[in-house]
Design a protein around this ligand. Structure first.
Ligand code: UDX
Length: 439
């Protein structure tokens, strides 16, 4: 099958490349000339394990190509997938301007039957919106479908190739047959459903996962107060298969491009139809405050942070990505600077996202090139992102190079930190030795 993927962001590029890996002929289109030029030269614009290798492999096989000519991409294909950005607007609603623009372009370009697929996360009713725009240009029959993507950053290729389900929202038999044929090579269970249910599935899935995180974070906050350990609680509840053990890692909250946007999005979708989605509002509130646990822990050890040196380990919103969108690291650093009127030394280290951080973090920040360089002589080390490289350090020995061995673990990712010489504080953990250091 011939597929045009319009938009080469995270979702578009990864899924486009994976469709080519399944033997389809894929042309990825984007208006960003520089990005397309890079991709044509086998450079991958995002850090995503395995993606570059698949780009090189399928481009050389002739299955995969890149263009800025959207009209040519549309005419080349049987299926046109829309995977452009759908950012949040200030009121929480979804900015549909990029989708609309592509729909207009498709309407102006198509000459014969096509299946148009929404891959971007778009509000319920978006397929109808695209249909209306395209219809305003042509009389030729076409179909619109919703095939949402469930990939995670950092394991996007693996998620697309080995996903747990493929959801196809469709209202035409012809398009259904075509889309089943396209997805059969993945050998992943397919759920065929109506378009609006498919659109809602994507928001409901992300909202539920975000809710699980905020729930366990609230349990962690409670555990600290009642003297329990959130790791034990998560294990005890997670072994009930109705709850499930995954996504119960308490910490400093969710970030990234999806959960913050989609939780706001579902509230807005509900508001449009007069439904007050209170649970999700609270999920967001809990998450907005959760990063402050770090500051509170730090203040518990150092009531006065003026003049202290604090090392921030990990900057991206989660490991294996260079993505800093909605990353707790930014909020933590900004708060530390603000609370001390800039009278603090902040050293940062991240294995991948240092370049991205330079444009985002305050000037006061010193960029280091290893965990050691970041923590030497510092008063506290804060683990913000659980990168393997950070977790696998020999912390008991390494912390000796710090001025004072205070480790605040925002992801509960270090084990065996029961050492008298170290002040170790996790999130929702019991039995840490809290020493008030009034220096
Ligand atoms: C998410 C969904 O998982 C994916 O299915 C969807 O298509 C896009 O949104 P992603 O944003 O890449 O993917 O990251 P994910 O791995 O889900 O993590 C999201 C955030 O939640 C991260 O900030 C992570 O640190 C946090 N998280 C996750 C927790 O705090 N605790 C957990 O137990 C799990």
């Amino acid at each position: 099958m011939r597929i045009a993927m319009i938009g080469t962001g995270y979702v578009g590029l990864t899924t486009g490349v994976c469709y080519s890996e399944m033997g389809h002929s894929v042309i990825c289109a984007d208006i960003d000339e520089e990005k397309i030029r890079q991709l044509q030269q086998n450079h991958c614009p995002i850090y995503e394990p395995g993606l570059k290798e698949l780009i090189i492999k399928n481009s050389s096989k002739g299955n995969l190509s890149f263009t800025t000519d959207i009209e040519a991409a549309v005419n080349f294909s049987d299926i046109i997938m829309i995977a452009v950005g759908t950012p949040s607007l200030p009121d929480g609603s979804v900015d549909m301007s990029f989708i609309d623009e592509v729909a207009h372009k498709i309407g102006q370009s198509i000459k014969d039957y096509k299946v148009i697929v929404n891959k971007s996360t778009v509000p319920v009713g978006s397929a109808d919106r695209v249909r209306k725009i395209v219809q305003s240009y042509i009389k030729t029959p076409f179909d619109v479908a919703s095939v949402p993507e469930f990939l995670r950053e950092g394991s996007a290729v693996k998620d697309v190739l080995n996903g747990e389900r493929i959801v196809i929202g469709i209202d035409s038999e012809k398009a259904k047959d075509i889309l089943i044929k396209v997805h059969e090579p993945f050998q992943i269970p397919i759920q065929v459903t109506d378009i609006r249910s498919a659109e809602l599935i994507k928001y409901a899935a992300n909202s539920f996962l975000a809710m699980k995180i905020s729930f366990i974070n609230e349990i962690a906050n409670l555990a600290e107060k009642v003297g329990a350990d959130v790791l034990e609680v998560a294990k005890g509840i997670g072994s009930d298969s109705r709850i499930g053990e995954r996504f119960l890692n308490a910490g400093i909250g969710f970030g990234g491009a999806c959960f913050p946007k989609d939780t706001l999005g579902i509230i807005n979708i509900a508001e449009q139809v007069g439904h007050d989605f209170k649970i999700m509002k609270e999920v967001i509130n809990v998450n907005r405050k959760q990063y402050m646990r770090i500051i509170e822990h730090l203040n518990a050890v150092y009531p006065n942070l003026y003049g202290k040196t604090v090392s921030i380990l990990g900057l991206s919103f989660k490991p294996n990505t260079n993505d800093l969108r909605e990353a707790p690291s930014i909020k933590i650093i900004n708060d530390l600077v603000k609370n001390t009127n800039g009278n603090i030394r902040i050293r940062v280290y991240d294995p991948i996202s240092m370049d991205e951080a330079r444009g985002v973090l305050p000037e006061i920040v010193k960029y280091c090139y290893s965990v050691e360089e970041a923590i030497v002589d510092s008063d506290a080390a804060i683990i913000v992102t659980e990168w393997k490289e950070i977790v696998e350090q020999d912390w008991k020995n390494l912390s000796r190079i710090m001025k004072t061995a205070v480790i605040i673990d925002g992801r509960n990712c270090l084990e065996g930190m029961d050492d008298d010489s170290i002040t170790y504080l996790g999130i929702g953990r019991k039995n840490y030795k809290l020493k008030i250091i009034n220096l």
